[in-house]
Design a protein around this ligand. Sequence first.
Ligand SMILES: [Zn+2]
Length: 168
Amino acid sequence: MPLRSFADVPNRIVRLFLQEAGRQYDANRGLRPFGSMPKTLIDRFDGACAYCGEVGPLVEEHLVPMNRAAIGLHAWGNIVPSCKRCNDLKAARAWEVHPMLDPHRRTAISDYITESGYAPDVSELRVVLSKLYELADRQTRALVEFGLVASRPYIAGLNAAATDTADD
Ligand SMILES: [Zn+2]
């Protein structure tokens, strides 16, 4: 994923944090780290998208989104296989309102969450994440600004260099 804005960096740091916090949450529950999409989980959803049932290339879909507002963890019980289309379609919405869900697949997801024991109380994390985002945002801007100031003469010379090359 290419970075498109300053906000991408703090958002990714929040994701990294939620990934590591999820790893610890899994360990606390006596589960092995989630790792990449396990075959057992794909089989559980009949090798198909948990939302629409389509068989094909599957991606990891976080039921509770991994962002600072929803605070979903990268952990067992919060990740299901999904087709790319359903993954895009859901974006940051709650999984329960996914337009492709039918009652059968809704129950399958709900059972998976319950059986995994995924029910973290993330209320205390909200404060930490808000601070983390703010720090990451400030640091990102400061670093880019530092780079721009330090390279001002080189940036000024970028066109001249290109012109020289073109003349050769
Ligand atoms: Zn799908």
